[in-house]
Structures are given as structure tokens and as C-alpha cells.
Design a protein around this ligand. Structure first.
Ligand code: ATP
Ligand code: MG
Length: 257
């Protein structure tokens, strides 16, 4: 039998990210309702769930872009709602974030978009920045695109530039919001293997939001399905696929219905 990712990875027992009874509402709409989640050092957790259920909102809490109405989100023991500014800056330097829409700046070139985190967080010389950006663009199969601007790119290309930017500082904790959106099947699979490879080689801790079974099978050590604001099902990818729960089976068959 082929070894599954969960068999071959060594994970520490140290919890890096912990959601404790997180509640979040926008107006009268309750999005997260007593959400509990943990991610351990070196682990890749995949979050699945219907559209609009609060997956991106969950991720934004982990970097302090959103704060819970009640409950806490702890990253390496820091409460992300009350963390000191200097600690937040230091922590964010070690984090990468692939936004669902890429979040590229339209008036900057591709190269400058990817270079941004290096310019903001390091004092590297221009030649070194150039080298690192080119390397990350090559990693996502976007070599030679430095001078293009985001409006000239397809959705899938923007996604990959966003991925290069998320990874350019060689972060230890990475959040991927729908890394496969807009990619053709071949590039989609290569992105999955890239995420897996980085996790294995560099022991990166990550959360991946996806609705694709093909993605969880490659990248995830553990999967959770969020529904009605909290974790509805949890397990390894294999356990997930074998789960007999009707709602979970329906979701996996047609994730966005
Ligand atoms: N800043 C905000 N202000 C008001 N409502 C918001 C805000 N951010 C998210 N929401 C709402 O919270 C809910 C969850 O949004 P979220 O983007 O997390 O969904 P999602 O699970 O990521 O969906 P998708 O799979 O379509 O990306 C939605 O109803 C959305 O409209
Ligand atoms: Mg989303």
C-alpha cells in the first residue's frame, strides 16, 4: 500500500493556531458560532464547507484582520485580538497569506506585487529581491512575467502570482484561501504538490481552504468541514471520504450546492 501523507509526516504536538469558541457576526448574520479548531506545528489543515459559510472569515481571524465578537484566536500563544503591535509585526513576518481573490495591486507590476513583502519586511539589496521574486515566480510557473500588470492576467495567473507573493518571504505559517481557483487541472495539481512539498521540506504549518477532494488528498493531514459556524466533521482525508454521514457525502459530491 502506498504511504499516505499522514503516515509519512512528523508532526509536533505543539499547537500553533488555536480557535477557542470563536463567535463572529456581521449585523444580524451569525457566521461563526463557537468555532473550535487547532493546528499543530508542521500540520496542514484543510477547511471545507459550503459557499458563504465563513471559511475566509475564519482565516482572516488567524492573521488578526478580523477579531472575534467572543472567544479567542491564539497564534503561538498570542491572542490575535490583543497582541502588541510589535509582536504582531514580528509574527506577520513569519506568515504568508494567499487571498481568495489574489488581492494584487493593479497599478504595480507582477514583480513588484510579489516583491512587496520583501520590501516591507526586509532590508535586502535590490539584486537579492529580484532573485527571490524570480525564483518564486518560476516556482508557480509564472517566469518571465515581472513586467506584466494584474489586469493583463487571467484569474488563474493572478492566483499564482498571489501564491508567489504569499511564499516570497519563506514563511513558517501559511494560509491558502482556495489555492486552486481558476487553475486548469494540470497546474492545479502542481500547486497542490507545491503546497505539500513545502510543508514536508520546511515543516510549514498551514491552513488550506478548498472545495476540491483532489486538493485535500494531496495537501491535507486533517480536514474539517465547517457548517453553521462550527466544525461539523473532522478527520484525515481518507476518513472524510469514507464517512457515511449523508450531509458530508452530499457536500463532497457537490461542494457548492
Ligand atoms: N467584512 C464583512 N462585512 C460583512 N459581512 C461579511 C464580511 N466578511 C464576510 N462577510 C459575510 O460573512 C459570510 C461568510 O463569508 P466568507 O467570505 O467567509 O464565506 P466563504 O465560506 O469563504 O465562502 P466562499 O466559499 O464563497 O469563498 C458571508 O455571508 C459574507 O457575506
Ligand atoms: Mg471564501
Amino acid at each position: 500500500m502506498t504511504a499516505q501523507p499522514s503516515d509519512v509526516r512528523t508532526q509536533s504536538s505543539e499547537v500553533v493556531i488555536r480557535y477557542e469558541q470563536v463567535c463572529k457576526r456581521f449585523g444580524s448574520k451569525v457566521v461563526l458560532h463557537d468555532l473550535d479548531l487547532t493546528v499543530r506545528r508542521g500540520e496542514t489543515l484543510a477547511i471545507m464547507g459550503p459557499s458563504g459559510i465563513g471559511k475566509s472569515v475564519t482565516l482572516r481571524h488567524a492573521v488578526g484582520l478580523l477579531h472575534p465578537d467572543s472567544g479567542r484566536v491564539l497564534v503561538e500563544g498570542h491572542d490575535m485580538a490583543t497582541i502588541e503591535r510589535d509582536d504582531l509585526i514580528a509574527l506577520r513576518r513569519r506568515m504568508g497569506y494567499l487571498f481568495q481573490d489574489g488581492a494584487l495591486i493593479n497599478w504595480l507590476s507582477v514583480g513588484e506585487n510579489v516583491a512587496l513583502p520583501l520590501r516591507e519586511n526586509t532590508a535586502l539589496p535590490e539584486s537579492e529581491i529580484r532573485e527571490r521574486v524570480e525564483a518564486k515566480l518560476a516556482l508557480v510557473q509564472m517566469h518571465g512575467t515581472w513586467d506584466l500588470r494584474p489586469p493583463e492576467l487571467s484569474g488563474g495567473m493572478r492566483k499564482r502570482v498571489g501564491l508567489a507573493r504569499a511564499l516570497v518571504t519563506d514563511p513558517e505559517i501559511v494560509f491558502y484561501d482556495e489555492p486552486n481557483t481558476g487553475l486548469d487541472p494540470e497546474i492545479s495539481m502542481s500547486v497542490n504538490h507545491l503546497i505539500r512539498d513545502l510543508a514536508e521540506r520546511l515543516s510549514i504549518t498551514s491552513i488550506v481552504i478548498t472545495h476540491l477532494v483532489s486538493c485535500i488528498l494531496v495537501v491535507a493531514d486533517r480536514v474539517v468541514l465547517i457548517d453553521q459556524g462550527r466544525v461539523f466533521a473532522e478527520g484525515t482525508p481518507e476518513e472524510f471520504l469514507e464517512n457515511e454521514n449523508e450531509r458530508l457525502k452530499r457536500f463532497l459530491a457537490k461542494p457548492y450546492d
